[in-house]
Each structure stands twice: as C-alpha cells, then as structure tokens.
Ligand binder design. Structure first.
Ligand code: NAD
Length: 477
C-alpha cells in the first residue's frame, strides 16, 4: 500500500493542514492501493500563495532558461518511466504495457512538442508599416489552476503544466482523486529537475473541495480544466465571480463516418480505437455511422474485432484492455447497456455483467449495439466505456446530419477512399477535430473541441497561447 498524504507546495512536500484520508482503489483487485489526503482551503490557499510569490521571478526568467529547466523534467521521466507507468496502471486500470507505451509516453511527446512550438512564440512583435509605432507583447497570465481527470492522467497534466510553465505562469495542479499517484510523481520530476520553488504546486482533493476553491480563488487568474461537461459548466459558473479565463476540455460523442469505399482496415482500426483504454477516452469514436450498402457486413466485421479483444488485469503484460476506473463508472456503463437493450437497439456482442471467468475487477465486455437510432440514449450520451453504437446512413447529407446532431463537438472521424469527399466532410462536421482514414494529428497540432466539448486548444503554439495575455503597446520603437 502506497501512503502519500503530503502535498507539494513551495518546493517541498508538506503535511495537509487537516488530514482527511482518501483510499485510491485498484480497479483490477477492488482493493485499496494507496492512501492520499484530500486538501482543504488552508492547503489550497498555501499553494496559491506560493505560486503567487513565485510568479514575478518566473515570469521574468528568460524564456530560453525556462525551456532549459522544463526540458530537464524529461531526464527525470526517463530515469523512472517504469515506476511512472506502474502508478498509472495501478490507479486507473490501464494494462501495464499500454501504460508504458501509450499513457506514460504522453509526457515526453507533449513536452518535446511544446519545446519546439515554444521557439515560434514572438514575445514582442512590432506590428509593421500599418501601425509603425505599435507592438504586441506576450505575457504570462499569472497563477493558473490546473484540474485534471483520471482517464489519460499524464496526457492531461502534460498538456497543461508544461505549456503553463513554459509560458511563465506558476501553477497549482489538482489531479483527479482517482489518479493522484502519477501526478505526485510528476511533482517529484519537477522538483528533481530544479523547477524553482512555487512554480509548480500540487494539492490533492476532490471537486467540491480543492477544485472549487481554485475556481473561486481571487489570486488564480485562469483555470485550465479537463473533465466532464457537467463539471465544466459548474467551473464556468464558479469562475465567473472573479472573471477568470477558463479553458475547458470536456466530453465527447464522436461520430465515425464509414463509407463503402473505405479501406479494408477501416472497421478494425475504428473498433480498436473505440475500445482502447476500455473506451475511456473523450475522443472515442463511439458512434459508427455506416453507409447502408455495407452496413450488415460492417456489423459482422466489427463484432469479430470486438470479440477478439481480450480483457484482463492491469498488472499483466499483453495487448488486452483493462477494467474501467471504478465501481460507479462500471455501474454507469451497465446502466447504459441496459438502456440500449430497453430502447430496442440490437445487442450484437458483449452486454451486461462481468466477462466470463471474472468474479471481481471492474471489467466491462467490449460491447457493440447495432441498429441504433438517432436520439436513443446510447446514441446521445457519453458512456465512457467500451460500448459502441452502429447506425446506418443513406448518403453524405444524412451522415453529416446524424453526426452533427449532438451537443458535443470534440472529434469526428471519416473513413473513405475518396479524398475529395473526405476534405468536403472535414469542413461540414461540427467538431474541434476531424480525423480521416486513421491518420492521427501531427506533433505541431492541437487537441480541442467546440459546443459542449469545450473551447480549449491544447498542443502546439495554441496550447502555449492559452496561458499568455497579449498586451498592445503604442509608441514602441
Ligand atoms: P470529472 O468532471 O468528474 O472530474 C474531472 C476533474 O474535475 C477531477 O479532478 C475532479 O475532482 C474535478 N472536479 C469535479 N467537479 C468539479 C467542480 N465542480 N469544480 C472543480 N473541480 C471539479 O471527470 P472525470 O470523471 O474525472 O473524467 C471523465 C470526463 O472527462 C469525461 O466526460 C471525458 O470525456 C472528459 N475528458 C475530456 C477530455 C478532453 O480533452 N476533451 C479528455 C479526457 C477526459
């Protein structure tokens, strides 16, 4: 059992003001794997005060020097990557090989991308002939509160803490109470990399405690949040009192448009992408819209792929998917499967209950519903589990209408052999990102949604810009 009650504040691990224990449950064994503390207002205030005190010096540190210090976090990661992956695996259930190859590697991937993008930031830009004495200076916004979820825990910390520090902001991270262990290791990496005291702080806690204390704190200039749409709305309201900048990465209900001319691997690729991380990805292609002429054949193929996906313990090696994060998530997913059945969708594979041979662990069978009708609950709501809905469509217009008829707008997908059609659809789909034919976004690009999927752009220069203010100066020479 890991016991880590302290918080990282002002460059040191300090005991909570009022110890309030929280047990982190290993979703594979259903046993506690760690005890942490949930912070209260005194802890949040101390962390914000440390960040506020550290801000002037960090903001004044030359950008190149900030980049040099932040880059050293990678050396710490490399020295402890196995331990880092084990922390992710035990707390949120990602199988260890996947935690090592995909989850943990988000840190070096995003850090090195941000370090490249950082070189493109023009800290002071004269506006040229049309405004000869005007310039725009880019300045860090101040103390930022970073609130992250449990599903890709390192990914989300890297997408926020790295650009915040590069930009010259100081931060207080409140990771998900379900996945605090990798976050605490990230604090250790910062410490050992020589990030100055107060620049990065961490306080564990829940949403109603530390989360809402950060969102209402007068000395916090900005909240960068990733999580559910429900919490994003609450955070927007709470932050309005102090008019903070609020950057939101929220839920999704991605549509994946599969046309008859899609390549042979399109169905397999899409189902695997859906089931990856046990379906707990905001950008999961959870609605597969298939051109009617290949619909039955596509259902058959999708079922064969889903049935070939193994489910197993997070600590075992292999390419299986693990349990979902906790009991309430498991129950919520079961509720959605029941709804799908009740509302008349065709259960093509998977379904209710634990997979055969398991009697504990929060495992969900990879599940596919066919003949899902637009408007059914499993078509509308984010399930956040390995459950995919298949829907036939008749033509492009029909497909776009179904795809866009959702409050969400994070990632949509297109599978077609016709590049002109793919390009056309990319502009018609209402989402922050469109991914075509399995080509994932490149290193310099961003992640982010529209509508109720939020309004953040994380990654590339956009991800650093989120933490900067532009100041217009006239009379500059
Ligand atoms: P959640 O909203 O329950 O919690 C996320 C974080 O917010 C946690 O740290 C939690 O403690 C905190 N929180 C909750 N309520 C709060 C409040 N009122 N004030 C301040 N903080 C609060 O989400 P979750 O269950 O941890 O994660 C799953 C959700 O996250 C899904 O909806 C998923 O789609 C979304 N997500 C989105 C992205 C994206 O980039 N768009 C990425 C990953 C996850």
């Amino acid at each position: 059992m890991i016991i880590k009650r302290d918080f990282y504040i002002n460059g040191a691990w300090v005991a909570p003001a009022n110890a309030r224990d929280y047990q982190v449950i290993n979703p594979t064994t259903e046993e506690p794997c760690a005890i942490i503390s949930l912070g209260d207002k005194a802890d949040t205030d101390a962390a914000v005060a440390a960040a506020k005190a550290a801000f002037p010096a960090w903001a004044a540190t030359p950008p190149k020097e900030r980049a040099r210090i932040v880059a050293r976090i990678l050396e710490q990661y490399e020295a402890r990557v196995q331990e880092f992956a084990e922390a992710i695996s035990v707390e949120m259930g990602a199988p260890i090989d996947f935690a090592l190859s995909d989850q943990a590697t988000c840190l070096p991937w995003h850090t090195s991308n941000f370090l490249k993008a950082f070189e493109e930031i023009e800290w002071i830009r004269p506006l040229g002939p049309q405004a000869p004495t005007s310039a725009v200076a880019m300045e860090p916004i101040g103390v930022v509160g970073l609130i992250t979820p449990w599903n890709w825990p390192v990914n989300q910390i890297a997408l926020k803490a790295i650009p915040a520090m590069l930009a010259g902001c100081t931060c207080v991270l409140k990771p998900s109470e379900e996945a605090p262990l990798d976050a605490m290791m990230f604090a250790e990496f910062c410490h050992d990399a020589g990030v100055p005291a107060g620049v990065f702080n961490l306080v564990n806690g829940d949403g109603v405690g530390v989360g809402s204390q950060l969102t209402t704190h007068a000395d916090v200039a900005m909240i960068s949040f990733t999580g559910s749409t429900r919490a994003g709305i609450a955070i927007s309201k709470a932050s309005a009192e102090t008019l903070k900048r609020v950057v939101l990465e929220l839920g999704g209900k991605g549509a994946n448009l599969v046309f008859a001319d899609a390549d042979d691997k399109a169905i397999e690729r899409s189902v695997r992408r859906m089931m990856e991380n046990s379906g707990q990805s905001c950008n999961a292609p959870s609605r597969m819209l298939v051109e009617r002429s290949i619909y039955e054949q596509a259902v058959e193929k999708a079922v064969a792929v889903a049935e070939s996906i193994k489910v197993g313990p997070a600590h075992e090696h292999g390419d299986h998917i693990g349990p979902v994060v906790n009991k309430s998530q498991w129950e919520k997913i079961q509720g959605y499967i029941q709804k799908g059945i009740d509302e008349g969708a065709r259960l093509a594979c998977g379904g209710l209950g634990l997979p055969e041979t398991f009697n504990r662990g929060f495992y969900v069978k990879p599940t596919i519903f066919a003949d899902v009708k637009p408007g059914m609950t499993i078509e509308k709501e984010e399930i956040f589990g390995p459950v995919m809905a298949m829907i036939p469509f008749d033509n492009e217009e029909d497909a776009v209408r179904i795809a866009n008829d959702t409050p969400y707008g994070l990632t949509n997908y297109v599978q077609t052999g016709d590049q002109a059609r793919a390009n056309r659809l990319a502009l018609k789909l209402k989402s922050g990102m469109v991914e075509m034919n399995g080509k994932s976004r490149g290193a310099g690009s961003f992640f982010g949604g529209v509508k109720q999927s939020g309004r953040a752009r994380e990654g590339g220069v956009w991800g650093i810009d989120e933490f900067l203010e532009s100041k217009g100066i006239s009379g500059y020479d």
